[in-house]
Design a protein around this ligand. Sequence first.
Ligand code: ADE
Length: 228
Amino acid sequence: MRIDILSIFPEMFKGPFSHSIIKRAQEKGLAEIHVHDIRIYSKNKHKKVDDYPYAGGAGMVMMAEPIVSAIEDLKSKTNYDAIVFMTPDGKVFNQNIANHFSSFDNILLLCGHYKGIDERIRENYITHEMSIGDYVLSGGELAAMIVTDALIRLIPGVLGDETSALSDSFQDGLLSPPVYTRPFDFKGFKVPEILLSGNEKAIVEWKYQKALERTQNRRPDLLKNDEL
Ligand code: ADE
């Protein structure tokens, strides 16, 4: 999978993408992440990328010209399955969407700032609009990082144990059951005996019941929600 990201703050991505699973996925050649600076595409001598909104109003708007030049340049080199604008008024990202997008070969993520981007970009160049939740961030960068992380860990071979993404919370519509490690007795708090019983069938059933219980208690909405 190749993910291209358009941002006016490309430096922000350095930390999150150079550690742990995302780093290893890139080293193994399973994921390629390219962050591009939108300002490079500005024809303005001060590398300006925003301007006042027509008809007034608070805040600045990201101009069509540099963003569209960037999208067109990237599109001339790569055939994208999705050109996604990160925005709080987009569709709320979830594990179903992550699973769907993880089969794509090429994705372009556009990070907005200020009061938004010129609507003509959204209407004519963007294929998907994605939010990471009902709150407003200072820009789309953190949202793009989150989506990138969620997608890359689903690529076959990225996680050491091929099955571990399948046992993540949300993958079967349920939160994950509790997990324990040694010691058996920690300050008098004991691991549930069943996990040491060796009875595989009973353990699978226990895990399922715990996952169901946890989901019912914490996220009953998930038990009804199967939309993509
Ligand atoms: N940009 C600002 N807030 C955002 C959000 N909640 N999701 C995606 N992009 C954003």
